[in-house]
Ligand binder design. Structure first.
Ligand code: GLP
Length: 240
């Protein structure tokens, strides 16, 4: 595991964007696994800046996101599809049909989970998966559990996650209680993983995940078993 300390949130974003763009330059038709949350916003901003300067070409790249809230449609401003369009896709030359986010409106949720797993396989697997981390150690929406959930599944969100994500919603009541997320096995099958963590409030959980026992009670701890993980962190100061 490669652990890189960033000097600031801006530095973290630049370092993460560097790793993602190196992947695109080395393999233009790569599959990037993408994440939401506030941490990757700066990374996406940096990628857009480099795209605008003519340094990266996304035209052959595909993306597949980790998760989506159940019950939120793509045009709902709180949905992760909307987030991705706003923070990245609409600013770059990616073919929108090559961008994938689970369907939070799927009537048959089990079928949607299977479709998503099949899609990862059809795309030939994920070359580089970008991850954030929740305060309870969740990755995607894989919450602490008695065992690791392997494939894409429906999850009831933890109270701590609902509270943490309430900052993006007008009221706590409006935060969806259910989400669809890639499983740990799918994430672990990515060829490379890039975990980014920012802010003093993430320090304890990152330390636990990277140096503590591997346990489904801290889902991100499984990353200790992955052969190609890079962690970029900055624990001083908040975002931006
Ligand atoms: C959400 C997402 C995760 C993300 C986490 C942390 O729960 N499902 O993928 O890592 O938030 O978000 P933030 O970066 O805002 O702390």
């Amino acid at each position: 595991m490669k652990i890189i300390k960033a000097e600031s949130y801006q530095d973290l974003s630049r370092k993460a964007a560097n790793i993602l763009s190196a992947q695109i330059i080395l393999k233009p038709d790569c599959v990037l696994g993408l994440a939401t949350g506030s941490t990757p916003i700066g990374t996406y901003k940096q990628l857009i800046e480099w795209y605008e300067k003519g340094d990266i070409d996304f035209s052959h790249t595909s993306t597949i996101n980790l998760d989506e809230y159940c019950g939120l449609s793509p045009d709902n401003t709180q949905s992760y599809r909307y987030f991705m369009n706003e923070h990245l896709f609409k600013h770059i030359n990616i073919n929108i049909h090559n961008t994938h986010v689970p369907d939070g409106m799927a009537v048959d949720e089990t079928k949607e989970c299977q479709r998503y797993d099949n899609l990862v396989n059809l795309l030939g697997g994920i070359d580089l998966q970008l991850l954030g981390i929740g305060h309870n150690g969740h990755i995607g929406f894989n919450e602490p559990n008695p065992s690791f959930e392997k494939t894409t599944h429906i999850v009831m969100l933890d109270d701590t996650t609902i509270k943490a994500n309430a900052r993006f919603f007008p009221t706590l009541q409006e935060v969806p209680r259910k989400a669809i997320t890639m499983g740990i096995k799918t994430i672990m099958q990515s060829k490379k993983i890039l975990l980014i963590a920012n802010g003093a409030d993430k320090e304890e959980i990152v330390r636990k995940a990277l140096t503590g026992p591997v346990t489904p009670k801290v889902p991100a701890s499984i990353l200790q078993f992955h052969p190609n993980v890079t962690v970029v962190y900055c624990f001083e100061g908040g975002i931006l």
